[in-house]
Design a protein around this ligand. Structure first.
Ligand code: 8YV
Length: 322
């Protein structure tokens, strides 16, 4: 038949993505582009065969229980999929896909932006300038933390962690990492492996979090682990906010234990712990890791590749989650 499969898109995507979505599917759009809660999601998804969603959408077990029997695929417009209960979906025969690879470079760039922004006190400089409080250069003004020659520890050495390492090497940093499994020597490129992530912490002048959010990594960076970092260390998070304990991280910056933090992600975003905003030296961004037109288009096309494979051609989607 000519009937196009119906797909619910929970967000408005870039124009080229939106055009392909609407050309190939009977697309149910989110009229006001407000993040769906569980009730609105359950209503909107009636009669759909596919769901195109984003990180932050509540695709949990309770929501999946209310999905119609027609639903065959959840294609998230993200590499992270902690917001999707994959076990609950699988039990209902629903395939879950994500968008790996295409956001690796953009996200690693923002990790370096956060690292450098935090190390070099960019926020204080911007605030001084825009607040019209810059009264002139001075030899000791806004002296930050030197990057060249320092050690960067990376927690989670997947695609993004490795891309962060590549960039940090170009800045003259020495790379340490911890990962569930050790990389091959070709992938390691001289990075020093720590089987125990806690054992890596004393070696981290800088610590970059690049792990997925799982039961194991939730609140991983707590007070006890921060205490193992060298004094004056800098913490960078472009992974997921809940990987850190906000109270502990804020207290550590306040006390001077940490020189600064560079954060692109927050527990409970778009709300964030107000303590962060009171830290003048914290470099904070509103979850912009993948926010380039090229990457957002590629993420959308990848999500559509998955939806089209299953719903238009009856094939296995190319990017099923593990
Ligand atoms: C997304 C992300 O922009 O891919 C991820 O896991 O966090 C970002 O790239 C965002 O979460 C929308 O899904």
């Amino acid at each position: 038949s000519d009937r196009k499969p119906r797909v619910l898109a929970t967000r408005l995507f870039p124009p080229a993505v939106q055009a392909r979505l609407q050309a190939n599917f009977d697309a149910v759009l989110n009229p006001d582009d407000v993040v769906y809660d569980a009730d609105r999601l359950a209503q909107a998804i009636a009669g759909c065969e596919g769901l195109m969603c984003a990180a932050g959408d509540p695709v949990n077990a309770a929501a999946i229980a209310r999905f119609p029997d027609s639903l065959r695929i959840i294609a998230t417009f993200s590499v992270g999929y902690e917001h999707v209960d994959v076990a609950a979906a699988t039990k209902r025969g629903i395939v879950v896909t994500n968008t790996p690879d295409v956001l690796t470079d953009a996200t690693a760039d923002v990790a370096l932006l956060c690292l450098l922004g935090a190390a070099r006190r960019a926020q204080e400089g911007i605030d001084m300038l825009r607040g019209r409080r810059w009264i002139g250069w001075a030899p000791t003004q806004l002296m930050g933390t030197h990057v060249t020659g320092k050690r960067l520890g990376i927690l989670g050495m997947g695609r993004i962690g490795q891309a962060v390492a590549d960039r940090a090497r170009a800045f003259g940093m020495t790379i340490h990492y911890s990962n569930r499994k050790r990389l091959s020597p070709e992938e390691e490129k001289g990075a020093i492996f720590h089987a125990d992530p806690e054992a890596m912490l004393p070696h981290c002048d800088f610590l970059s979090l690049n792990c997925p959010l799982t039961a194991e990594t939730r609140k991983w960076l707590n007070q006890a682990r921060i205490a193992r970092l060298p004094d004056g260390a800098v913490v960078v998070n472009t992974a997921r906010g809940p990987v850190v304990d906000d109270d502990a991280l804020i207290a550590a910056v306040r006390s001077g234990k940490l020189a600064s933090v560079g954060l692109d992600v927050f527990d409970g975003e778009p709300k964030l712990h107000p303590g962060y905003l009171d830290l003048p030296n914290a470099f904070l961004l509103p979850h912009m890791g993948s926010a380039t037109l090229e990457t957002r288009n590629a993420m959308g096309f990848r999500a559509l590749d998955n939806l089209e494979a299953l719903l238009l051609r009856g094939e296995t989607p190319p990017h099923r989650v593990a």
